[in-house]
Design a protein. Sequence first.
Length: 371
Amino acid sequence: MSILNIYGNMNQESLKYIFDQFQHESQFESFSELASGHINDTYLIKTEDKPYYVLQRINHGVFPDVPGLINNKVSVSNHLKMKLSHLPKGEQERRVLSFISTVEGQSFYEDKSTGYWNLTQFIDDSVTFERVVDDEIAYEGGKLFGEFLNQTSDFKVDDLIEVIPNFHDMSFRYKQFDEALKGASQQRKEEAISCIELVESSREEMHILQTLKESGAVPTRVTHNDTKISNALFDTNNKGLCVIDTDTVMPGIIHYDFGDAIRTICNTAAEDEQDLDQVNFNIDYYKSYVKGFLETVGESLTSTELEYLPLGAKSIIFIMGLRFLTDFLNNDIYYKAAYSHHNLDRAKNQFKLLESYSKQYEEVKQITKLA
């Protein structure tokens, strides 16, 4: 996502001031920036005594309703803590993000110069992975994201705001594509012709999940909406601890959380790999992920939700390809592009992944049914 840095970099004095607006009993010692996302600014605050803390500035240029966003993730975190109330406090704090209130009892601090901030307790002796490296990580990741969805299945979803409107709305994404196609240069249309033809031929299938959602055939739930493996926290033995980066928690359907995890975990290449021979769907990682996922969320799924999980993966791979293609046709106004055809290469990458997935689709459906 192309991000506007609307506030600039922070120094130690400024961060210490912000940190001290929250209820903690520690002395600020030092900080380091965490590369845990592309949207917000996130800092590890080291103190004289543990626990350490994670101080985060929410990008108001991307999220219009920051108080609503923070209320979403704090409310869901509190709900998860209640689910784990049988665990000792120390274990709870390793399994759920713990948000720290401000000295005035608020869930966030608003500074007129630097924006909106929230503070969480750092989970010590934990690791993240940028990419899945073996079946065990895929399995544990599936368990974590499935558990998150299962434990929030009874949360009152109407209490959450829609942080990013129309985020997975296929009609909205096609409307953006149609408008971009009308305004695109002839050269860009010719360069992207194979991708454009695929998008045009996929309209009917790619609207199935949206139709099911709008008809009520699948329920609206609390969903994470950014289920890449780097948003799963593991202990040093590679066992899953908790789901992190909950800024995009909002109402949705389970298929898109499942699909985005599969899209990012099962691609054998980087998202912008230009050598498409390197881009394939890793069905072994799929088997491992879906096994862990259904072990933890399976009992809370309806039969219709379960039936359409494989289409969820196909739809999310497609929608990302569609969004990259749309941005290419729009002359790269949304995603950061390192070179002139970066977004077209990303689109081709996703559509090659979709092709590889589709070739194994019947096997994928059988795996899902038997998991």
